[in-house]
Design a protein around this ligand. Structure first.
Ligand code: NDP
Length: 309
C-alpha cells in the first residue's frame, strides 16, 4: 500500500494547489480530513492545522510544515513528540532577499521621505550615502537569514548578523546570544527580523530593543507577528525614536481593517508576502520526506523540538 499524506491546511487555495501537486505522484496517496481514507494517513502536511489532528487521525506519525516556520502548528502538535519537518527552498530565500533589499533601499535612498514629501508637493534632496555607510542588522542567520545577510553584503551594505550560536559568514560581522545582543543592536540602521517564533523569541521586538537601536532606525519584520509588541512600536514611531517600519507579518492575519498599524505614520504594511514557496516545491519536499519516512530513512529539514525551530 502506498503511503498516505493528509492535507491539514486552513487556506483553501493552498490546500487545493497542494492536493493537485501531491496528486501528481503516483507512489503516494493524498487526502483531505473529510475523505474516507484520511484515517490511513501516516504524514500530515500542515498550515495552521486542526489542533485535534492527532486525536482524529491517530495513524499520523510525522508532521510536515508547508512553510519554513513551524510555529503555526501550535503548542500541542509541537509537543506531541512526532518528528516535524519544514520547507527549505532556494527560491524562497532569494524572494526574501529581494523583499529585504527593497526595504533597505527604501530607507537608504530616502524613498520613504520622497513619497511623504510628494504628498505635500515638497521638492527636497537628501544627501546620498554610499551603501557601505548603511548598517543592516539581520536577526536570525538560518537558512533564510544567512542568505539575506550575505546577499546584502554583496550589494555593498555593512551587514551585521545575530544568531543563537556563534556563526561565520563571509563579509558579515556576526554576534551571538543574549550577551552580544545590545552590542549588535547599537550598530544597526535597518534591523531585519528573520527569527523563528518560539518561547525564546516571542515579543523580542519591544521597547527595550527599540531603545537600544540608534535614533532614526528602521525596523523590518518578516519573521512573525508574535515577535512584535505592536504598542511599543507605535510608541517608538510616534516619539520619533524610530523612523519607519516595514511589517509583513501580524499577530492577527489578515490585519483587521480598524487596526492602528494601517494608519500609523512611518509604517508600511504588506500582506505576509515577503516570500513564499510554490505548491510544486512544497509537494516535492513532502513527497521526498514521506518516501524517506516509510523507508525508515532520516527526514530532511527536521526541527529540534526542544528548541522550537
Ligand atoms: P532557521 O530555523 O533556518 O533559522 C533560524 C535562525 O534564528 C538561526 O540562525 C538561529 O540561530 C536563530 N535563532 C533561533 N532562536 C534564536 C534565539 N533565541 N536567539 C538568537 N537567534 C536565534 O529559519 P529560516 O531561516 O528558515 O526561517 C526564519 C523565519 O522566517 C521562519 O521561522 C519564519 O517565521 C520566517 N519566514 C517568513 C516569511 C514571510 O513571508 N514573511 C517566509 C519564510 C520564512 P542558530 O543558527 O544559532 O541556530
Amino acid at each position: 500500500m502506498s503511503p498516505t499524506v493528509l492535507i491539514s491546511i486552513d487556506d483553501a487555495e493552498l490546500s487545493s494547489s497542494l492536493l493537485m501537486e501531491l496528486g501528481k505522484f503516483d507512489d503516494i496517496t493524498v487526502c483531505l480530513p473529510q475523505d474516507s481514507n484520511a484515517g490511513d494517513a501516516q504524514m500530515a502536511v500542515c498550515w495552521h492545522p486542526d489542533p485535534a489532528l492527532l486525536d482524529k487521525f491517530p495513524q499520523i506519525q510525522c508532521l510536515h510544515s508547508a512553510a519554513a516556520g513551524v510555529d503555526h502548528l501550535g503548542e500541542s502538535l509541537l509537543a506531541s513528540g512526532l518528528p516535524v519537518a519544514r520547507i527549505v527552498d532556494p527560491d524562497q530565500k532569494q524572494g526574501m532577499l529581494e523583499y529585504v533589499l527593497w526595504c533597505v533601499l527604501n530607507h537608504h535612498r530616502d524613498f520613504d521621505r520622497a513619497v511623504k514629501n510628494q504628498a505635500q508637493q515638497r521638492w527636497h534632496l537628501y544627501p546620498q550615502l554610499p551603501a557601505n555607510e548603511v548598517r543592516v542588522g539581520v536577526m536570525g542567520l538560518g537558512e533564510i537569514g544567512a542568505h539575506v545577510a550575505t546577499g546584502l553584503a554583496q550589494f555593498g551594505y555593512s551587514v551585521l548578523g545575530w544568531s543563537r550560536r556563534p556563526k561565520q559568514l563571509e563579509r558579515v560581522s556576526t554576534f551571538s546570544g543574549p550577551s552580544e545582543f545590545t552590542g549588535f543592536l547599537e550598530q544597526v540602521d535597518v534591523l531585519v527580523n528573520l527569527l523563528p517564533l518560539n518561547q525564546a523569541t516571542q515579543g523580542i521586538l519591544n521597547q527595550s530593543l527599540f531603545q537600544a537601536l540608534p535614533k532614526g532606525a528602521c525596523l523590518v519584520n518578516t519573521g512573525r507577528g508574535g515577535h512584535l509588541v505592536e504598542a511599543d512600536l507605535i510608541s517608538a514611531l510616534e516619539t520619533g525614536w524610530l523612523r519607519s517600519a516595514v511589517l509583513d507579518v501580524f499577530t492577527v492575519e489578515p490585519l483587521p481593517a480598524d487596526h492602528p498599524l494601517w494608519t500609523t505614520e512611518g509604517v508600511i504594511v504588506t500582506p505576509h508576502m515577503a516570500s513564499s514557496s510554490s505548491a510544486a516545491m512544497i509537494a516535492h519536499q513532502v513527497h521526498q520526506n514521506v518516501l524517506r519516512f516509510i523507508k525508515d530513512q532520516p527526514l530532511l529539514n527536521t526541527i529540534d523540538r526542544t528548541l522550537g525551530y
